[in-house]
Design a binder for this molecule. Structure first.
Ligand SMILES: [Fe+2]
Length: 407
């Protein structure tokens, strides 16, 4: 009898442990995955998204100017968020039922530090600090990451944390896609959120999707549920193709992962983005323009090339003198100022980088002024009037590449 009890107890413990581990990514009534995203008007607004379990049917944000000490509850304004119930399913992994809550703070004062928290009833996040950018065109910086994609908790975490330690006052963090490896897989998003943790609640995140953020031509359902990005791109590409003006910079996200990496050159996603890109560049009033997209225009890797991107988008980028294209996908580093057009009056600077630990070799291609492999990197880009300074750092904090662009 005693033996039977021990066996039963052991089996019970095993089952509990299994359930515990299987559900490590499950939501609770307490808000988690709190993330800020830039809006079209960063000086006066910012978007916030978070997650709870489905028992929390409403979400609220509380906001007040950052106090010097203990905050007073009566100084807060309360806003009701939009709540969407969503089911995340991936293979035979446990289904995750979640409520995603999102809100856009508007009418903020430029250059002002606020504190906010999110939640409902007895379940609240901590208070996060966030400072809106000023309306002046003074110096600011941002971080650019190539693909995080793999071993997000174990090995990518040190890269985002190093970047944050290096530039905690950066205006935003920008990703060139493949944030995780398998689109729709919630346990990988759990790792991505673990890696950046509170940083996402303090520094707005800007992301363009990669091919690993799509599955079977469908965008990962997490993308627009857990991020609240601008919807000012072509119809059907909301949250993936958009434009943001940040101080004297225009940032344009082109979705090069959609429609099987835009292989169908006559398809709507390619044609609509071309027309839209031309229109937002024509209307641009900002001094600097940076395009972010997943597939590189020029590849460091020997057997890879994305001629179709160059054919369709490069003439537009050159016509409007775009300064810089930031990309990922190739899991190595390459950077150069180049054009397919021998008559080009303006040459764009193209960069390919990687932040996660998955590595490919870098080839020996003519277009590259600087290249490298087997390095996890983050880039610190600063804009100060007529000067853009760019530095690439390794995971261990060594300067790996740098250049300056002048107007
Ligand atoms: Fe990719």
């Amino acid at each position: 009898m005693k033996r039977f009890q021990i066996l039963f107890f052991t089996a019970f413990l095993f089952l509990c442990a299994n359930l515990l581990f299987a559900q490590i990514n499950a939501p609770s009534p307490i808000p988690d995955r709190v993330v800020l995203n830039l809006t079209e008007n960063p000086a006066t607004s910012v978007a916030i998204t978070w997650r709870t379990d489905v028992s929390v049917s409403e979400g609220f944000c509380e906001l007040q100017p950052a106090a010097e000490g203990p905050l007073k509850k009566e100084d807060s304004k309360t806003f009701k968020a939009k709540t969407t119930t969503i089911k995340y399913e991936y293979g035979d992994e446990p289904v995750i039922d979640a409520n995603q809550h999102s809100f856009i703070f508007t009418d903020l004062i430029p250059g002002k530090k606020y504190i906010y928290r999110v939640g409902a009833s007895d379940f609240w996040s901590e208070w996060f600090e966030y400072q809106t950018p000023s309306v002046e065109n003074d110096k600011f910086s941002f971080i650019y990451f190539g693909d995080p994609q793999n071993d997000l908790k174990s090995q990518w975490s040190r890269v985002i944390r190093s970047a944050y330690r290096h530039a905690p006052d950066c205006g935003f963090m920008l990703y060139c896609g493949d944030l995780i490896n398998r689109a729709g897989r919630d346990v990988e998003w759990h790792e991505w959120f673990h890696a950046g943790s509170f940083i996402y609640g303090m520094v707005p995140q800007v992301m363009t999707p990669g091919n690993h953020d799509y599955n079977d031509l469908m965008l990962d359902p997490h993308w627009n549920a857990q991020f609240t990005q601008p919807t000012n791109g072509p119809k059907g590409l909301e949250g993936t193709c958009f434009v943001i003006d940040y101080k004297n910079l225009r940032i344009i996200s082109i979705d090069s992962a959609v429609d099987s990496e835009l292989e169908n050159e006559n398809g709507y996603p390619m044609q609509a983005q071309k027309v839209w890109l031309d229109s937002v560049l024509q209307a641009n009033t900002k001094k600097w323009v940076i395009v972010t997209t997943h597939l590189p225009f020029y590849s460091p890797k020997e057997n890879r090339d994305n001629k179709h991107l160059r054919k369709h988008f490069q003439p537009i980028l050159e016509k409007y003198k775009v300064d810089l294209v930031l990309s990922g996908h190739d899991h190595s580093y390459g950077r150069g100022r180049v054009s397919d057009n021998p008559q080009a009056g303006h040459k764009v600077m193209y960069v390919v980088s990687v932040s996660g630990p998955k590595m490919y070799e870098a080839g020996d291609k003519d277009w590259m002024e600087h290249s490298g492999a087997d390095k996890q990197l983050y880039q610190l880009i600063s804009i100060d009037g007529n000067e853009l300074s760019y530095q690439s750092y390794t995971a261990s904090g060594e300067l790996f590449d740098e250049f300056i662009l002048n107007k």
